[in-house]
Design a protein around this ligand. Structure first.
Ligand SMILES: [Zn+2]
Length: 305
């Protein structure tokens, strides 16, 4: 049973709340893919918390037989991450601190795909996931993430809708196209753009330990764990949703996973449980956020398990 309860005020303890949605980009199409997945299965089974993987089509083509063994896990939800990791929008990172970003230069630009390319990438990946994994995919993470998500791109939201995508993670940068993404950027439906059934989850904070390494000012401490624990307190106090992200990087075997990503993920899960933060899947969050407005009610028909 997934942990959905909040703690209460019994025994004089303060009421704590907050929600974490754990989702990982599985994109390397390398030995790191299965090392990460094998470690993540063990971690999530141990604590019985839901998790989501966002797969590139290239990764499924290369490791589909192995990934298919993980898919029946009752805590796991499958999303996609385009076919070739194509950006949905251009990004122009301008940190303003003079330090290099993604290379030797102080600023960084990468161009987004053309609309017809984006459509082909998403359609193709839906097909690959359906045929290779037997899953009707309802979620997507936009490669690299973007400032304000897709609020300015109803043309791309239309592609999402045409492909049955109901929840996305694209709101994942600040106004400099850098990170951390403010936690005040909470999940929302794209109703103003005419897509009231598409939920933006966002990626609050840093998209992984490597962006914390580059951007964090260390005001919460010298390690990523210091930052994560400080954010857990804020999430709880403000009853925020935290879509926490990681990647299949540097994890060729499961032992490597537990020495890197798995180590801080385990700390986050344990501490979150200690202070009464709950864990939800994207589908569960979708259904919960739709529930208050009966007129707009439509349930997520993804694989909520
Ligand atoms: Zn990615």
């Amino acid at each position: 049973m997934i942990n959905c309860q909040s703690s209460n005020s019994e025994g004089g303890k303060p009421i704590m709340s907050g929600t974490i949605v754990l989702g990982y980009d599985i994109e390397s199409a390398s030995e790191n893919t299965m090392g990460f997945l094998e470690g993540a299965v063990i971690l999530h089974d141990k604590f019985k918390v839901p998790w989501t993987i966002y797969l590139t089509g290239v990764t499924v083509e290369k490791y589909g037989d192995d990934i298919r063994k993980v898919v029946p896990n009752p805590l796991l939800t499958v999303g996609q991450h385009t076919y070739s990791h194509m950006l949905l929008k251009s990004i122009y990172m301008k940190p303003g601190d003079g330090k290099p970003i993604h290379g030797a230069q102080p600023n960084f630009f990468r161009q987004g795909g053309a609309l017809d390319e984006i459509r082909r990438e998403i359609e193709r990946t839906q097909l690959i996931i359906r045929e290779r994994l037997g899953v009707e995919c309802r979620g997507l993470t936009g490669p690299w993430g973007y400032y304000r998500g897709l609020v300015d791109r109803p043309d791309i939201l239309q592609i999402m809708q045409d492909n049955g995508i109901q929840w996305i993670r694209t709101n994942a940068r600040d106004q400099r196209d850098c990170q951390p993404t403010p936690f005040t950027e909470q999940p929302f439906f794209y109703a103003d753009q005419g897509f009231p059934y598409i939920l933006e989850l966002g990626v609050q904070g840093y998209q992984d330990d490597f962006y914390w390494e580059r951007f964090d000012d260390r005001q919460h401490g010298d390690t990523y764990q210091h930052y994560l624990l400080a954010m857990l307190s804020m999430v709880s106090e403000n009853d925020w949703v935290w879509n926490l992200c990681s990647h299949d990087h540097g994890t060729p075997i499961k032992q490597a996973f537990f020495k890197t990503k798995g180590m801080w993920l385990e700390e986050v899960i344990m501490h979150a449980k200690d202070i009464g933060i709950r864990f939800l899947s994207p589908c569960e969050l979708y259904d919960e956020m739709k529930r208050p407005n009966q007129a707009l009610q439509r349930t997520c028909n993804g694989a909520c398990r």
